[in-house]
Design a protein. Structure first.
Lengths: 380, 294
C-alpha cells in the first residue's frame, strides 16, 4: 500500500468526432497534492479526469501514475478511485454493499463471489469478515455506521456523498479523482463538505484531482489549481498565484468573485495611457497594452486611502451591496461609458457613509494594476 | 340565497369532478362483474325469456366437466411454456439489440413486427408453415431426417406449437420493455463499476444490469402471464379446439356463444378472472418487496 504517488500527464489529445476536447494537455501533479481543475463547462476538465481514470481512451499522449504509464491499464488496475457528480451509487445495494463491492471484486475470486457456490470455499467467510471489518472502519470515520443497511434512495444528498467517498476510500487508492462532487448539494452543506474533504485529504495524504466549475471551491481547497479553457490548461499555480498574477485575461476573469474590473486602455503616445479622466498618465515604457485589470479591493474610493493612489478619476455610485463584513460598491467611472465596476471595502472603514448616487473619486495604486496585451496575456 | 359552507361546496365539486371516472368504472367494470356473478347462479341461455335461479348447480357441473379440466391444464402448460421463454428470450434479445448502435432500430422493428401484426391474418401463414405435407418447417425436418409432424393435429404437439406461436407474438414486446429498462440504467453506474473492478460481462450483468432491471422484469412477468392466460385467437383460428386443444378462454367461448349456455360460461369466466387477479396480485405483492425502484 503506497500512498503519495505522482500523476503525470503528457500532451494528452482527445477528440469526440470533430470536436477536440483536449488539446495537448500536460500536467504534473506532485505526490499527495490536492490539485483542482477549473474552467467553464465544456473546457475539457471532466474529460481529462475521465482519461486519467481510464473511462475514456486518449487519442495520443500518456498518463503515468507513480512514474509508470497506465495507458494500457483498465480503470480498476490504475489504483484510482473516482467520485462522480451524481455519486453513481448502486441504487439496488445497501450502503454496506456499495462500499464493500470494490473489495469483494478484488479479494474474492470469481467462484467465491457466486451465490451459494462461494460458501464451499473455506476462506470465503474469513475474507468476507475482513471486508466487513474494513467497511465498518471506513464507515465509522465518515459517520455512516447508522446507515449501513439503508439504500441510497433513503439517504440525503450529504449522506450519499459520504457513501461515495467511502466507496472511493475503501481500496486505499493512490489517486482520488473527483468530478464536481459537491455541485448537487445545497450551499450550506457544500461549504461544510469542503472542509471535510480538505480534512480527508490531510488524513489520507493521497493525491487528489478535483474537478469543479466553481472557482471559489478550487481556491479554498486546493494546493494548486489548473485553469482550463477550450481544451488547454491556461495556468497552473497556487490559489494566490492565480489571484495576484494571472498570466492571462481569461484566468484573471475566471478567478475571484466579484469578477476582476477590466478597463480598456487606448494609447495616446508611445507607451503613455490615461485611465478615465485621470490627469496623471500611466507610462508603460513603450509596452503595448490594451487592458488594465484591477481586483475589486484595489479599486479605492475611500477618501483616507485615495491619497496613496497614483491614479484618480471621478465616479458615481450606482448601487451598494452590503455583505455585512464588507461592502461592494458598484460604480460608473468617467471615461468608461456604460460599464459598471465594483470596489470592495471592509465594513470597519464605514466611517464614510456612502450613498447611492454619490459623486466620488476612485483610484488605484499602479503596483496593484495588471496590464494585458491585445492577445490577453499579462505584461510584466 | 342560502349560503353553503366552504367544506360542503368543496365536497360537492369533488364529487362532481370524480363523476366521469366513477360512471365509467361502474359501467365498464363493476356492473358487468356483478351481472356476471349473478348469472353464474342461473340457467340463463342466450335468448331465454325466463331466468331461473339454480344456486350452485353450475359450479358443481364445472368441477365434473372433463373439457374444463382439460382446458385448464392446457392453459397452464401453455403459460408455463410461453412466460419463461418469452421473458428470458426477450431479455436475451434486448441485451443483444441494446449493444447495437447503428442497427438497433432495425432490429427493434424486426422483433416488434409480430406484436403489431393481426394474428388472425398471420395464422394463415403459420398454417402454411406448419402444414404436415406442404409446410417448409416439415421439409426442413425431413432434410435432417426427422419424420414430418402434424404440428396442429397431433395432441402431444399442439399446445407446444401454440406456445411457440405465442412466444413469437410476445417476445418482441418483452424485448422492447427490457430495452427501455436497459436504457434507463445510468451510464455512470457502469463507469463506477468499472473503477470498482466489475469488468467482465457476467459480473456486470449479475451485479448491475439484472438487479437494475427488477421493476421492468416484474412488469414483464405480470403482463406476460396475463397474456398467456388469455390465449384464444391461435386456438380459435388454427385448431378450433380439435383433438383436445381447448384452452380456458376457448372453453368460455364455446359454452357461452356456441352452446349459448351463458350461466355456465359465467362460472368459467369467474374462475378465469380469479386466476388472473390472484396470480398477478401475488406476483406484484411478492416481487414488489424484492424489486428495487429508483
Amino acid at each position: 500500500m503506497s500512498f503519495q504517488q505522482s500523476l503525470n500527464i503528457n500532451s494528452l489529445v482527445k477528440s469526440f468526432g470533430d470536436v477536440q476536447v483536449l488539446n495537448k494537455v500536460s500536467l504534473d501533479v506532485h505526490p499527495g497534492e490536492f490539485i483542482s481543475l477549473v474552467g467553464p463547462s465544456g473546457c475539457g476538465k471532466s474529460t481529462l479526469l475521465r482519461v486519467i481514470a481510464g473511462l475514456e481512451k486518449q487519442d495520443s499522449g500518456s498518463v503515468s501514475i507513480g512514474g509508470s504509464s497506465v495507458d494500457e491499464l483498465m480503470p480498476k488496475e490504475r489504483d484510482v478511485a473516482m467520485v462522480f457528480q451524481n455519486y453513481a451509487l448502486y441504487p439496488h445495494m445497501t450502503v454496506q454493499q456499495n462500499i464493500s463491492l470494490p473489495l469483494e471484486m478484488t479479494r474474492l475470486s470469481w467462484l467465491q463471489r457466486l451465490f451459494l457456490v462461494g460458501n464451499f470455499f473455506t476462506n470465503t467467510k474469513q475474507i468476507k469478515g475482513d471486508i466487513l471489518k474494513d467497511v465498518l472502519k471506513i464507515c465509522k470515520s465518515l459517520q455512516l455506521e447508522n446507515l449501513l443497511h439503508r439504500k441510497p434512495a433513503e439517504l440525503s444528498g450529504g449522506q450519499r456523498q459520504r457513501v461515495a467517498l467511502a466507496r472511493a476510500m475503501i481500496r486505499n487508492p493512490t489517486v482520488f479523482l473527483m468530478d464536481e462532487p459537491l455541485s448537487n448539494l445545497d450551499a450550506k452543506l457544500r461549504i461544510h463538505l469542503r472542509n471535510e474533504l480538505v480534512e480527508l485529504h490531510k488524513r489520507l495524504k493521497a493525491t487528489f484531482v478535483y474537478v469543479t466549475h466553481d472557482q471559489s471551491e478550487a481556491m479554498t481547497m486546493s494546493d494548486r489549481i489548473a485553469v482550463m479553457d477550450s481544451g488547454n490548461i491556461l495556468q497552473i499555480g497556487t490559489p494566490n498565484d492565480l489571484y495576484t498574477k494571472p498570466n492571462s485575461l481569461k484566468v484573471a476573469q475566471f478567478i475571484g468573485t466579484p469578477q476582476i474590473n477590466l478597463f480598456e486602455l487606448i494609447e495616446t503616445q508611445n507607451g503613455i495611457y490615461f485611465w478615465g479622466n485621470a490627469t496623471t498618465p500611466i507610462n508603460l515604457h513603450n509596452k503595448l497594452a490594451t487592458a488594465l485589470a484591477l481586483r475589486p479591493e484595489h479599486l479605492v474610493i475611500e477618501t483616507h486611502r485615495l491619497s496613496e493612489c497614483d491614479i484618480h478619476s471621478s465616479a458615481d455610485i450606482v448601487r451598494i451591496e452590503d455583505h455585512g463584513s464588507e461592502l461592494l460598491i458598484h460604480l460608473t467611472i468617467d471615461g468608461f461609458t456604460n460599464k459598471i465596476f465594483v470596489s470592495r471595502i471592509p465594513c470597519s472603514s464605514q466611517h464614510v457613509a456612502f450613498k447611492q448616487g454619490d459623486r466620488i473619486d476612485a483610484g488605484f495604486k499602479l503596483e496593484t494594476a495588471l496590464f494585458f496585451d491585445s492577445q490577453g496575456f499579462l505584461l510584466d | 340565497m342560502r349560503k353553503i359552507s366552504l367544506s360542503a361546496r368543496q365536497s360537492i365539486s369533488g364529487f362532481l369532478l370524480s363523476m366521469p371516472s366513477v360512471i365509467l368504472l361502474l359501467a365498464l367494470y363493476v356492473i358487468p362483474m356483478i351481472c356476471l356473478f349473478l348469472l353464474a347462479f342461473t340457467d340463463y341461455e342466450m335468448g331465454n325469456v325466463v331466468i331461473k335461479w339454480i344456486g350452485l348447480t353450475n359450479f358443481n357441473q364445472v368441477l365434473r366437466d372433463p373439457v374444463f379440466k382439460r382446458s385448464l391444464l392446457n392453459t397452464l402448460i401453455y403459460v408455463a411454456l410461453v412466460v419463461p421463454i418469452s421473458i428470458l428470450g426477450g431479455l436475451f434479445i434486448a441485451l443483444l439489440v441494446h449493444a447495437r448502435t447503428k442497427t438497433r432500430s432495425f432490429y427493434e422493428v424486426i422483433y416488434f413486427l409480430p406484436v403489431t401484426s393481426t394474428l388472425i391474418a398471420m395464422a394463415t401463414v403459420w398454417q402454411f408453415l406448419l402444414h404436415p405435407k406442404l409446410g417448409p418447417i416439415n421439409s426442413i425436418l425431413k432434410l435432417v431426417g426427422i419424420p414430418a409432424q402434424n404440428f396442429l393435429g397431433d395432441p402431444t404437439l399442439m399446445i407446444a406449437t401454440l406456445a411457440a406461436i405465442g412466444v413469437w407474438q410476445l417476445i418482441g414486446f418483452n424485448m422492447i420493455l427490457f430495452l427501455t429498462g436497459l436504457s434507463s440504467i445510468p451510464k455512470e453506474i457502469y463507469e463506477a463499476a468499472a473503477i470498482d473492478g466489475v469488468t467482465n460481462s457476467i459480473d456486470k450483468f449479475l451485479k448491475i444490469t439484472l438487479p437494475m432491471l427488477g421493476p421492468t422484469t416484474l412488469f414483464v412477468l405480470v403482463t406476460s402471464s396475463i397474456t398467456g392466460f388469455k390465449v384464444f385467437d391461435t386456438v380459435a383460428v388454427l385448431t378450433q379446439g380439435r383433438n383436445q386443444s381447448e384452452v380456458l378462454l376457448y372453453d368460455i367461448y364455446l359454452e357461452g356463444f356456441t352452446y349459448a349456455k351463458m350461466g355456465y360460461a359465467s362460472v368459467l369466466t369467474l374462475i378465469f378472472l380469479l386466476i388472473i387477479v390472484g396470480l398477478s396480485s401475488w406476483q406484484a405483492l411478492h416481487m414488489d418487496k424484492k424489486v428495487h425502484y429508483v
